[in-house]
Design a protein around this ligand. Sequence first.
Ligand SMILES: Nc1ncnc2c1ncn2[C@@H]1O[C@H](COP(=O)(O)OP(=O)(O)OP(=O)(O)O)[C@@H](O)[C@H]1O
Ligand SMILES: [Mg+2]
Length: 233
Amino acid sequence: MGIIETKNFGIRYGERVVLSDVNIDVPAGRFFALLGENGAGKTTFIKSIIGQNQQTTGELLVNTTLIGFVPQFRDISRDYPLSISEFVSLSYNSGWRFWLSNQEKKRISESLTRMDLADIADKRLGLASGGQQQRAYVAQALVKSPELLILDESTASLDHEHKVALLQNVTALQKAHNLTILFITHELKLVSQFADGYLLFKNGTVSQGEAEDLNVLTLEMTHRHDEDEVRNV
Ligand SMILES: Nc1ncnc2c1ncn2[C@@H]1O[C@H](COP(=O)(O)OP(=O)(O)OP(=O)(O)O)[C@@H](O)[C@H]1O
Ligand SMILES: [Mg+2]
């Protein structure tokens, strides 16, 4: 049984159909790149996975409730009062208990270290750089050991070193804990070194493919890009 399965699944906003005839089956423990142009429906699709879209047709099965999700945009004001480590600990805020167990503290510290935030754990999140904030969001998503991790362009504002580190980190978790990763990105070249499958959002639907095809796709897309650049000169 796949961790995400759809049958003739579709999503619309009012009259506007964003996706239709989506038939995919993502097995657990895989790292899937979610690719496609701006407006192709990637964010809309993952919103359905976390239960935020109402106007859907067909079937969408999500076979886990342990989901870590890092949204594409999050505005944190400069005045945001929590430190990075307090922000990461929010995952454990269950509404009635105000203290953290030793086990939870350990998980928080592991997550901070994993995302290279240990040295700035006491910095106020609102005063951290865009890339540091991005890493704090991922740390927060990881802290409860999700079975499904959804990252919506989480490498976009990172420097190259931290991009690679993030991808290496989540790949290590994938291997060690059978974590499933859905990674939305426009950085095909980078992600094709790590992903072992893909979902391509195109022409109002989604096609699924394996790592081998991803290499072909990367070549095609980067080639087309090069041609565009030549034409633009
Ligand atoms: N809440 C909404 N109401 C109406 N239309 C929406 C809404 N959210 C998204 N859309 C439309 O749905 C389409 C898909 O948007 P979506 O954000 O899923 O694209 P995306 O693939 O994530 O693009 P990007 O790469 O730019 O993030 C777009 O045409 C967008 O304008
Ligand atoms: Mg998007």
